[in-house]
Design a protein around this ligand. Sequence first.
Ligand SMILES: *Cc1c(COP(=O)(O)O)cnc(C)c1O
Length: 429
Amino acid sequence: MSHNGFFGTFGGKYVAEVLRKPLDDLEIAFDKAMQDPSFLEELRTLQRDFIGRPTPLYFAENATKILGGAQIYIKMEGLAHTGAHKINNALGQALLAKKMGKTRIIAETGAGQHGLATAAACAKLGLPCEVFMGEVDVRRQQPNVAAMEMYGAKVISVKSGSKTLKDAINEAMRDWAAHFDNTHYLIGSALGPAPFPDMVRFFQSVIGKEVQEQSQERHLDIAALCACVGGGSNAIGFFAPFIDKDAPRLIGAEAGGIGPGQNENAVRMSGSAAKDGIVHGYKSRFLLDDDGQVAETRSISAGLDYPGIGPQLADLGKNGRIEFRAITDNQALEALQFFAKNEGILFAMESAHAGAVALQIAKEIPKDKAIIINMSGRGDKDIFITSPVFRPFEWEQFLQSELDRLKQGTDIHYAESLPTNLKKELENK
Ligand SMILES: *Cc1c(COP(=O)(O)O)cnc(C)c1O
Protein backbone atom coordinates (compact mmCIF):
# COMPACT_ATOMS: atom_id res chain seq x y z
CA MET A 1 0.00 0.00 0.00
CA SER A 2 1.00 3.60 -0.45
CA HIS A 3 1.62 5.95 2.47
CA ASN A 4 -0.78 8.85 2.16
CA GLY A 5 -0.92 8.13 -1.54
CA PHE A 6 2.87 8.21 -1.96
CA PHE A 7 5.31 5.51 -3.02
CA GLY A 8 8.61 7.01 -1.97
CA THR A 9 8.62 10.39 -3.68
CA PHE A 10 6.12 9.36 -6.39
CA GLY A 11 2.33 9.33 -6.44
CA GLY A 12 0.22 11.77 -4.48
CA LYS A 13 -2.94 13.62 -5.33
CA TYR A 14 -2.11 16.67 -7.44
CA VAL A 15 -5.57 17.71 -8.49
CA ALA A 16 -7.78 20.78 -8.62
CA GLU A 17 -9.56 21.53 -5.35
CA VAL A 18 -12.92 20.26 -6.65
CA LEU A 19 -11.54 16.75 -7.16
CA ARG A 20 -10.34 16.38 -3.54
CA LYS A 21 -13.73 15.33 -2.22
CA PRO A 22 -14.56 12.73 -4.89
CA LEU A 23 -11.07 11.22 -4.43
CA ASP A 24 -11.52 11.11 -0.63
CA ASP A 25 -15.00 9.57 -1.01
CA LEU A 26 -13.58 6.97 -3.38
CA GLU A 27 -10.82 6.07 -0.94
CA ILE A 28 -13.29 5.60 1.92
CA ALA A 29 -15.62 3.49 -0.26
CA PHE A 30 -12.71 1.36 -1.48
CA ASP A 31 -11.40 0.75 2.06
CA LYS A 32 -14.90 -0.21 3.17
CA ALA A 33 -15.40 -2.57 0.22
CA MET A 34 -12.12 -4.32 1.07
CA GLN A 35 -13.57 -5.16 4.52
CA ASP A 36 -16.96 -6.17 3.13
CA PRO A 37 -17.29 -9.96 2.64
CA SER A 38 -20.37 -9.56 0.43
CA PHE A 39 -18.53 -7.19 -1.96
CA LEU A 40 -15.55 -9.52 -2.16
CA GLU A 41 -17.82 -12.54 -2.69
CA GLU A 42 -19.71 -10.82 -5.51
CA LEU A 43 -16.39 -9.80 -7.10
CA ARG A 44 -15.10 -13.39 -6.89
CA THR A 45 -18.23 -14.78 -8.52
CA LEU A 46 -18.04 -12.27 -11.37
CA GLN A 47 -14.32 -12.95 -11.80
CA ARG A 48 -15.08 -16.65 -12.15
CA ASP A 49 -18.19 -16.58 -14.34
CA PHE A 50 -17.91 -13.35 -16.33
CA ILE A 51 -14.14 -12.99 -16.79
CA GLY A 52 -13.38 -16.73 -16.78
CA ARG A 53 -10.91 -16.87 -13.90
CA PRO A 54 -8.64 -18.38 -12.91
CA THR A 55 -6.70 -18.07 -16.16
CA PRO A 56 -4.30 -21.00 -16.75
CA LEU A 57 -0.62 -21.05 -15.90
CA TYR A 58 0.68 -22.84 -18.95
CA PHE A 59 3.97 -24.77 -19.28
CA ALA A 60 5.54 -23.79 -22.60
CA GLU A 61 7.33 -27.08 -23.07
CA ASN A 62 8.46 -26.56 -26.68
CA ALA A 63 9.82 -23.10 -25.96
CA THR A 64 11.64 -24.44 -22.91
CA LYS A 65 13.35 -27.17 -24.96
CA ILE A 66 14.38 -24.80 -27.74
CA LEU A 67 15.77 -22.15 -25.39
CA GLY A 68 17.60 -24.76 -23.30
CA GLY A 69 17.52 -23.01 -19.95
CA ALA A 70 14.86 -22.19 -17.37
CA GLN A 71 11.36 -23.67 -17.65
CA ILE A 72 9.11 -21.18 -19.44
CA TYR A 73 5.61 -20.69 -18.09
CA ILE A 74 2.93 -18.35 -19.46
CA LYS A 75 0.16 -16.81 -17.37
CA MET A 76 -2.70 -16.76 -19.86
CA GLU A 77 -4.41 -13.42 -19.10
CA GLY A 78 -5.24 -13.19 -22.78
CA LEU A 79 -7.92 -15.82 -22.18
CA ALA A 80 -9.82 -13.42 -19.93
CA HIS A 81 -13.11 -12.09 -21.34
CA THR A 82 -12.53 -9.21 -23.78
CA GLY A 83 -9.04 -10.58 -24.47
CA ALA A 84 -6.79 -8.99 -21.86
CA HIS A 85 -6.20 -8.24 -18.18
CA LYS A 86 -7.97 -4.86 -18.41
CA ILE A 87 -11.33 -6.41 -17.55
CA ASN A 88 -10.04 -7.27 -14.02
CA ASN A 89 -9.81 -3.58 -13.16
CA ALA A 90 -12.81 -2.43 -15.18
CA LEU A 91 -15.13 -4.92 -13.53
CA GLY A 92 -13.79 -4.26 -10.02
CA GLN A 93 -14.13 -0.50 -10.26
CA ALA A 94 -17.55 -0.69 -11.92
CA LEU A 95 -18.80 -2.93 -9.11
CA LEU A 96 -17.39 -0.51 -6.52
CA ALA A 97 -19.03 2.45 -8.28
CA LYS A 98 -22.35 0.66 -8.25
CA LYS A 99 -22.02 0.03 -4.49
CA MET A 100 -21.30 3.75 -4.08
CA GLY A 101 -24.61 4.50 -5.78
CA LYS A 102 -23.04 6.02 -8.89
CA THR A 103 -25.30 5.91 -11.92
CA ARG A 104 -22.83 6.82 -14.68
CA ILE A 105 -19.33 5.61 -15.59
CA ILE A 106 -16.80 7.54 -17.63
CA ALA A 107 -13.44 6.26 -18.83
CA GLU A 108 -10.54 7.30 -21.05
CA THR A 109 -9.11 5.06 -23.71
CA GLY A 110 -6.18 5.19 -26.11
CA ALA A 111 -6.11 2.13 -28.34
CA GLY A 112 -9.58 1.25 -27.12
CA GLN A 113 -8.77 -1.83 -25.03
CA HIS A 114 -9.65 -0.19 -21.71
CA GLY A 115 -12.76 1.37 -23.22
CA LEU A 116 -13.80 -2.03 -24.48
CA ALA A 117 -13.34 -3.70 -21.07
CA THR A 118 -15.17 -0.86 -19.32
CA ALA A 119 -18.05 -0.96 -21.80
CA ALA A 120 -18.43 -4.73 -21.28
CA ALA A 121 -18.30 -4.42 -17.47
CA CYS A 122 -20.86 -1.61 -17.51
CA ALA A 123 -23.19 -3.57 -19.78
CA LYS A 124 -22.97 -6.48 -17.36
CA LEU A 125 -23.70 -4.30 -14.31
CA GLY A 126 -26.34 -2.14 -15.99
CA LEU A 127 -24.40 1.14 -15.79
CA PRO A 128 -24.46 3.76 -18.57
CA CYS A 129 -20.92 4.26 -19.90
CA GLU A 130 -19.22 7.09 -21.78
CA VAL A 131 -15.70 6.67 -23.10
CA PHE A 132 -13.45 9.63 -23.92
CA MET A 133 -11.18 8.90 -26.85
CA GLY A 134 -8.93 11.21 -28.86
CA GLU A 135 -10.24 11.94 -32.34
CA VAL A 136 -7.06 10.53 -33.89
CA ASP A 137 -7.51 7.28 -31.94
CA VAL A 138 -11.20 7.06 -32.86
CA ARG A 139 -10.16 7.11 -36.50
CA ARG A 140 -7.30 4.60 -36.03
CA GLN A 141 -9.10 2.16 -33.77
CA GLN A 142 -12.49 1.63 -35.42
CA PRO A 143 -12.73 -2.09 -34.54
CA ASN A 144 -12.64 -1.24 -30.83
CA VAL A 145 -14.98 1.74 -31.27
CA ALA A 146 -17.45 -0.60 -32.96
CA ALA A 147 -17.13 -3.11 -30.11
CA MET A 148 -17.66 -0.43 -27.43
CA GLU A 149 -20.82 0.70 -29.20
CA MET A 150 -22.01 -2.91 -29.44
CA TYR A 151 -21.76 -3.04 -25.65
CA GLY A 152 -23.91 0.09 -25.51
CA ALA A 153 -21.22 2.60 -24.57
CA LYS A 154 -21.10 6.12 -25.99
CA VAL A 155 -17.71 7.03 -27.44
CA ILE A 156 -16.89 10.73 -27.15
CA SER A 157 -14.35 11.96 -29.67
CA VAL A 158 -11.89 14.40 -28.00
CA LYS A 159 -10.72 17.21 -30.25
CA SER A 160 -8.32 19.08 -27.93
CA GLY A 161 -4.50 18.96 -27.93
CA SER A 162 -2.93 16.15 -29.89
CA LYS A 163 -6.33 14.39 -29.92
CA THR A 164 -4.87 11.24 -28.34
CA LEU A 165 -4.82 9.44 -24.96
CA LYS A 166 -3.41 12.25 -22.83
CA ASP A 167 -6.13 14.62 -24.04
CA ALA A 168 -8.78 11.97 -23.42
CA ILE A 169 -7.56 11.72 -19.78
CA ASN A 170 -7.72 15.50 -19.37
CA GLU A 171 -11.24 15.58 -20.78
CA ALA A 172 -12.41 12.71 -18.54
CA MET A 173 -10.99 14.52 -15.47
CA ARG A 174 -12.85 17.69 -16.45
CA ASP A 175 -16.09 15.79 -16.87
CA TRP A 176 -15.58 14.07 -13.49
CA ALA A 177 -14.98 17.39 -11.74
CA ALA A 178 -18.35 18.60 -13.06
CA HIS A 179 -20.38 15.42 -12.38
CA PHE A 180 -18.77 13.50 -9.50
CA ASP A 181 -22.00 13.37 -7.51
CA ASN A 182 -23.43 10.69 -9.82
CA THR A 183 -20.36 9.70 -11.88
CA HIS A 184 -17.34 7.45 -11.32
CA TYR A 185 -14.20 7.96 -13.39
CA LEU A 186 -12.88 4.49 -14.16
CA ILE A 187 -9.14 4.96 -14.79
CA GLY A 188 -7.55 2.24 -16.91
CA SER A 189 -4.11 1.72 -15.38
CA ALA A 190 -2.29 1.85 -12.04
CA LEU A 191 -1.80 5.60 -12.24
CA GLY A 192 -3.56 8.90 -11.66
CA PRO A 193 -4.11 10.55 -8.27
CA ALA A 194 -4.47 8.44 -5.09
CA PRO A 195 -6.32 6.17 -4.42
CA PHE A 196 -6.30 4.93 -8.05
CA PRO A 197 -2.83 3.30 -8.03
CA ASP A 198 -3.65 1.26 -4.88
CA MET A 199 -7.12 0.42 -6.13
CA VAL A 200 -6.07 -0.68 -9.62
CA ARG A 201 -3.23 -2.76 -8.14
CA PHE A 202 -5.72 -4.50 -5.87
CA PHE A 203 -8.10 -5.40 -8.72
CA GLN A 204 -5.20 -6.61 -10.89
CA SER A 205 -3.47 -8.51 -8.07
CA VAL A 206 -5.83 -11.40 -8.76
CA ILE A 207 -3.24 -12.27 -11.46
CA GLY A 208 -0.35 -12.51 -8.99
CA LYS A 209 -2.37 -14.33 -6.35
CA GLU A 210 -3.38 -17.00 -8.86
CA VAL A 211 0.23 -17.31 -10.06
CA GLN A 212 1.36 -17.79 -6.47
CA GLU A 213 -1.15 -20.62 -5.90
CA GLN A 214 -0.62 -22.22 -9.28
CA SER A 215 3.16 -22.21 -8.93
CA GLN A 216 3.03 -23.59 -5.37
CA GLU A 217 0.80 -26.46 -6.53
CA ARG A 218 3.48 -27.38 -9.06
CA HIS A 219 6.39 -26.70 -6.72
CA LEU A 220 7.94 -24.23 -9.14
CA ASP A 221 11.13 -22.50 -8.12
CA ILE A 222 10.51 -19.11 -9.77
CA ALA A 223 13.61 -17.23 -10.88
CA ALA A 224 11.89 -14.35 -12.69
CA LEU A 225 8.55 -12.80 -13.55
CA CYS A 226 8.32 -10.86 -16.84
CA ALA A 227 5.59 -8.34 -17.65
CA CYS A 228 5.19 -5.52 -20.15
CA VAL A 229 4.73 -2.04 -18.74
CA GLY A 230 2.51 0.61 -20.25
CA GLY A 231 0.90 2.46 -17.37
CA GLY A 232 1.81 -0.61 -15.38
CA SER A 233 -1.42 -2.28 -14.28
CA ASN A 234 -0.77 -5.81 -15.51
CA ALA A 235 2.80 -5.68 -14.18
CA ILE A 236 1.95 -4.40 -10.71
CA GLY A 237 -0.94 -6.88 -10.34
CA PHE A 238 1.25 -9.78 -11.46
CA PHE A 239 4.17 -8.72 -9.22
CA ALA A 240 2.05 -7.69 -6.21
CA PRO A 241 2.42 -10.75 -3.93
CA PHE A 242 6.19 -10.88 -4.60
CA ILE A 243 7.17 -7.22 -4.16
CA ASP A 244 8.08 -7.45 -0.47
CA LYS A 245 10.22 -10.56 -0.97
CA ASP A 246 13.82 -10.71 -2.16
CA ALA A 247 12.97 -13.14 -4.98
CA PRO A 248 12.02 -13.75 -7.75
CA ARG A 249 13.51 -11.16 -10.08
CA LEU A 250 10.77 -8.83 -11.31
CA ILE A 251 11.39 -7.59 -14.85
CA GLY A 252 9.36 -4.91 -16.65
CA ALA A 253 9.52 -4.60 -20.44
CA GLU A 254 9.12 -1.10 -21.84
CA ALA A 255 8.49 -0.13 -25.45
CA GLY A 256 11.90 0.33 -27.09
CA GLY A 257 10.08 1.34 -30.28
CA ILE A 258 12.28 1.88 -33.34
CA GLY A 259 15.33 3.08 -31.42
CA PRO A 260 16.81 5.11 -28.56
CA GLY A 261 16.23 8.57 -30.04
CA GLN A 262 13.74 11.24 -29.00
CA ASN A 263 10.12 10.35 -29.84
CA GLU A 264 11.22 6.91 -31.05
CA ASN A 265 10.10 4.87 -28.03
CA ALA A 266 8.31 4.99 -24.68
CA VAL A 267 11.31 4.21 -22.44
CA ARG A 268 10.74 5.83 -19.07
CA MET A 269 12.77 3.68 -16.70
CA SER A 270 15.60 1.85 -18.48
CA GLY A 271 16.91 4.93 -20.29
CA SER A 272 17.86 8.38 -19.11
CA ALA A 273 15.37 10.44 -21.12
CA ALA A 274 12.49 10.56 -18.63
CA LYS A 275 12.27 13.19 -15.91
CA ASP A 276 10.36 13.54 -12.67
CA GLY A 277 7.16 15.40 -13.34
CA ILE A 278 3.54 15.88 -12.33
CA VAL A 279 1.00 14.99 -14.99
CA HIS A 280 -2.60 13.73 -14.81
CA GLY A 281 -2.75 14.25 -11.05
CA TYR A 282 0.29 12.29 -9.84
CA LYS A 283 4.06 12.51 -9.62
CA SER A 284 6.16 10.02 -11.54
CA ARG A 285 8.70 9.58 -14.36
CA PHE A 286 7.54 11.13 -17.63
CA LEU A 287 8.88 11.64 -21.13
CA LEU A 288 8.69 15.39 -21.64
CA ASP A 289 9.69 17.56 -24.57
CA ASP A 290 11.98 20.60 -24.41
CA ASP A 291 9.06 22.80 -23.32
CA GLY A 292 8.22 20.47 -20.42
CA GLN A 293 5.12 19.21 -22.23
CA VAL A 294 4.28 15.50 -22.42
CA ALA A 295 6.30 14.14 -25.34
CA GLU A 296 5.17 12.14 -28.34
CA THR A 297 6.12 8.48 -27.99
CA ARG A 298 6.33 5.58 -30.37
CA SER A 299 5.70 1.85 -30.17
CA ILE A 300 4.29 -0.85 -32.41
CA SER A 301 2.03 -1.78 -29.50
CA ALA A 302 -0.75 0.69 -28.87
CA GLY A 303 -0.90 -0.21 -25.17
CA LEU A 304 2.71 0.61 -24.30
CA ASP A 305 3.05 4.15 -25.63
CA TYR A 306 1.86 6.12 -22.57
CA PRO A 307 4.53 8.76 -21.78
CA GLY A 308 4.33 8.18 -18.00
CA ILE A 309 4.35 5.19 -15.67
CA GLY A 310 2.44 4.26 -12.53
CA PRO A 311 4.04 5.79 -9.40
CA GLN A 312 4.62 2.51 -7.55
CA LEU A 313 6.51 1.06 -10.52
CA ALA A 314 8.57 4.23 -10.76
CA ASP A 315 9.50 3.86 -7.09
CA LEU A 316 10.23 0.12 -7.32
CA GLY A 317 12.39 0.81 -10.37
CA LYS A 318 14.26 3.56 -8.57
CA ASN A 319 15.01 1.39 -5.53
CA GLY A 320 16.02 -1.55 -7.73
CA ARG A 321 13.32 -4.10 -6.83
CA ILE A 322 12.07 -4.07 -10.43
CA GLU A 323 14.51 -4.25 -13.38
CA PHE A 324 13.42 -2.57 -16.57
CA ARG A 325 14.44 -3.50 -20.10
CA ALA A 326 13.66 -1.72 -23.37
CA ILE A 327 12.38 -4.14 -26.00
CA THR A 328 12.31 -2.84 -29.57
CA ASP A 329 9.42 -3.29 -31.99
CA ASN A 330 11.44 -5.87 -33.91
CA GLN A 331 12.37 -7.86 -30.80
CA ALA A 332 8.68 -7.96 -29.85
CA LEU A 333 7.70 -9.11 -33.34
CA GLU A 334 10.33 -11.87 -33.13
CA ALA A 335 8.95 -13.03 -29.77
CA LEU A 336 5.42 -12.94 -31.19
CA GLN A 337 6.44 -15.28 -34.01
CA PHE A 338 8.45 -17.52 -31.69
CA PHE A 339 5.55 -18.27 -29.35
CA ALA A 340 2.99 -18.50 -32.16
CA LYS A 341 5.03 -21.01 -34.17
CA ASN A 342 6.37 -23.07 -31.27
CA GLU A 343 3.51 -22.99 -28.78
CA GLY A 344 0.40 -22.18 -30.81
CA ILE A 345 -0.13 -19.08 -28.70
CA LEU A 346 -0.60 -15.64 -30.20
CA PHE A 347 0.54 -12.89 -27.83
CA ALA A 348 -0.80 -9.33 -27.96
CA MET A 349 1.96 -7.00 -29.27
CA GLU A 350 2.25 -5.52 -25.75
CA SER A 351 2.67 -8.92 -24.13
CA ALA A 352 5.20 -9.96 -26.79
CA HIS A 353 7.55 -7.40 -25.16
CA ALA A 354 7.43 -9.50 -21.97
CA GLY A 355 7.93 -12.64 -24.05
CA ALA A 356 11.03 -11.07 -25.60
CA VAL A 357 12.58 -10.62 -22.14
CA ALA A 358 12.11 -14.33 -21.46
CA LEU A 359 13.87 -15.15 -24.74
CA GLN A 360 16.80 -12.98 -23.61
CA ILE A 361 17.26 -14.45 -20.13
CA ALA A 362 16.09 -18.09 -20.37
CA LYS A 363 19.50 -19.52 -21.21
CA GLU A 364 21.25 -17.76 -18.31
CA ILE A 365 18.93 -19.46 -15.81
CA PRO A 366 19.31 -23.15 -14.74
CA LYS A 367 16.83 -25.77 -15.95
CA ASP A 368 15.37 -26.48 -12.50
CA LYS A 369 14.07 -22.91 -12.22
CA ALA A 370 11.08 -21.23 -13.83
CA ILE A 371 10.43 -17.97 -15.65
CA ILE A 372 6.83 -16.82 -15.81
CA ILE A 373 5.67 -14.45 -18.57
CA ASN A 374 2.45 -12.56 -18.09
CA MET A 375 0.68 -12.72 -21.44
CA SER A 376 -1.41 -9.66 -20.65
CA GLY A 377 -3.52 -10.07 -23.78
CA ARG A 378 -4.06 -12.20 -26.85
CA GLY A 379 -3.06 -11.09 -30.30
CA ASP A 380 -6.28 -11.31 -32.34
CA LYS A 381 -6.79 -7.57 -31.90
CA ASP A 382 -3.44 -6.81 -33.56
CA ILE A 383 -4.22 -8.26 -36.98
CA PHE A 384 -4.23 -4.71 -38.42
CA ILE A 385 -0.68 -4.20 -37.09
CA THR A 386 0.91 -7.60 -37.63
CA SER A 387 -0.52 -8.36 -41.08
CA PRO A 388 0.94 -5.25 -42.76
CA VAL A 389 4.32 -6.28 -41.30
CA PHE A 390 4.34 -10.01 -42.06
CA ARG A 391 2.29 -10.08 -45.27
CA PRO A 392 1.85 -6.53 -46.59
CA PHE A 393 0.87 -7.41 -50.16
CA GLU A 394 -1.87 -9.89 -49.28
CA TRP A 395 -3.18 -7.56 -46.59
CA GLU A 396 -3.48 -4.65 -48.98
CA GLN A 397 -5.36 -6.84 -51.44
CA PHE A 398 -7.70 -7.98 -48.69
CA LEU A 399 -8.46 -4.41 -47.60
CA GLN A 400 -9.04 -3.41 -51.22
CA SER A 401 -11.47 -6.27 -51.76
CA GLU A 402 -13.31 -5.37 -48.54
CA LEU A 403 -13.65 -1.80 -49.82
CA ASP A 404 -14.96 -3.04 -53.14
CA ARG A 405 -17.48 -5.25 -51.35
CA LEU A 406 -18.62 -2.30 -49.27
CA LYS A 407 -19.03 -0.12 -52.37
CA GLN A 408 -21.14 -2.77 -54.08
CA GLY A 409 -23.50 -2.37 -51.15
CA THR A 410 -24.19 -6.10 -50.70
CA ASP A 411 -24.69 -5.73 -46.93
CA ILE A 412 -26.96 -2.71 -47.04
CA HIS A 413 -30.16 -4.74 -47.02
CA TYR A 414 -29.33 -5.86 -43.44
CA ALA A 415 -29.31 -2.24 -42.31
CA GLU A 416 -32.51 -1.52 -44.25
CA SER A 417 -34.33 -4.47 -42.75
CA LEU A 418 -33.25 -3.76 -39.14
CA PRO A 419 -36.12 -3.60 -36.63
CA THR A 420 -37.30 0.02 -36.25
CA ASN A 421 -36.14 0.32 -32.62
CA LEU A 422 -32.56 -0.52 -33.63
CA LYS A 423 -32.71 1.87 -36.58
CA LYS A 424 -33.82 4.67 -34.30
CA GLU A 425 -30.92 4.00 -32.00
CA LEU A 426 -28.51 4.28 -34.93
CA GLU A 427 -30.08 7.53 -36.11
CA ASN A 428 -29.80 9.06 -32.65
CA LYS A 429 -26.01 8.71 -32.66
C1 LIG B 1 -3.38 -1.85 -22.17
C2 LIG B 1 -2.55 -3.05 -22.31
C3 LIG B 1 -1.26 -3.12 -21.72
C4 LIG B 1 -0.62 -1.97 -21.01
O1 LIG B 1 -1.28 -1.54 -19.88
P1 LIG B 1 -0.71 -1.76 -18.41
O2 LIG B 1 -1.54 -0.86 -17.56
O3 LIG B 1 0.73 -1.41 -18.40
O4 LIG B 1 -0.92 -3.19 -18.07
C5 LIG B 1 -0.56 -4.30 -21.83
N1 LIG B 1 -1.05 -5.37 -22.48
C6 LIG B 1 -2.27 -5.34 -23.07
C7 LIG B 1 -2.76 -6.55 -23.79
C8 LIG B 1 -3.06 -4.19 -23.01
O5 LIG B 1 -4.26 -4.18 -23.59
